[in-house]
Design a protein around this ligand. Structure first.
Ligand code: ADP
Ligand code: MG
Length: 212
């Protein structure tokens, strides 16, 4: 997977977040402050502009993800901006200067993203956050790779596990973030950040598949 795949990932993520902007905002209206879709859609629009406008377009997968993270941190408010910013920055750093990324390198980068999110936000699995989608996804991805899955199959596992991880948040009580203020009343709603994480990871699957 080269820089073009990662560029396509971010472009597709921006489109998918924009298409789901109202859905994400409605999910956040139920257990938060109704800004998640608006926040993220605006952030990814700025990211696309930054990637296009950079005097020297980022030429490696790592540089693309690092620029994405830096932009999200500076442009997206709320809890999710710094958390997603951290995730993309850590993933970018993990990829280093490599021009081409194989499955184990991508898996390590996603593990680094998860570690960054948990370092910053201190959420564990089961707390009803984006961590529930991201942790399930990274675990399924590394298992698929260890079992010798093809790139397409491993990325399918990644995206499907993220979606299942997001769905699993419905029955959870929020212990982190704004939704935790609701206590038991947060149960019965899907976590908006977990849903956006699943959307972003399904964009990665689609971008890598379209490449082949
Ligand atoms: P805010 O809650 O500040 O309005 P957003 O609405 O953009 O920010 O994002 C809310 C999402 O952020 C939640 O659905 C949850 O997935 C995620 N989130 C909040 N706090 C944390 C945390 N400490 N760790 C991981 N994710 C978190
Ligand atoms: Mg919010």
């Amino acid at each position: 997977m080269d820089a073009a795949v990662f560029r396509a990932w971010i472009t597709s993520a921006a489109e998918v977040i924009e298409a789901n902007r109202d859905h994400l905002t409605q999910l956040d209206a139920a257990i938060g402050d109704a800004d998640h879709g608006i926040n993220l859609a605006r952030g990814f629009t700025v990211v696309l502009g930054a990637l296009d406008a950079a005097p020297k377009a980022p030429a490696t997968p790592g540089a693309i993800l690092t620029m994405t993270g830096n932009t999200l941190i500076s442009k997206v408010g709320g809890a999710s901006g710094p958390l997603y910013g951290m995730a993309f920055r850590r993933a970018g750093k993990s990829l280093g200067d490599a021009a081409d990324v194989d499955l184990p390198a991508l898996s390590a980068a996603l593990d680094a993203a998860l570690a960054g999110v948990q370092q910053l936000g201190a959420a564990r699995e089961g707390d009803k956050t984006m961590v529930d989608a991201l942790a399930a996804a990274t675990r399924a991805f590394s298992k698929a790779i260890a079992e010798g899955a093809s790139q397409d199959d491993a990325l399918d596992c990644l995206a499907e596990a993220a979606e299942a991880g997001a769905e699993a948040t419905i029955s959870m009580q929020a212990l982190k973030g704004r939704a935790s203020y609701l206590g038991p009343r947060s149960v019965g709603h899907e976590d908006p950040g977990a849903v956006s994480t699943a959307l972003i990871l399904s964009s990665l699957r689609d971008a890598a598949r379209a490449d082949r």
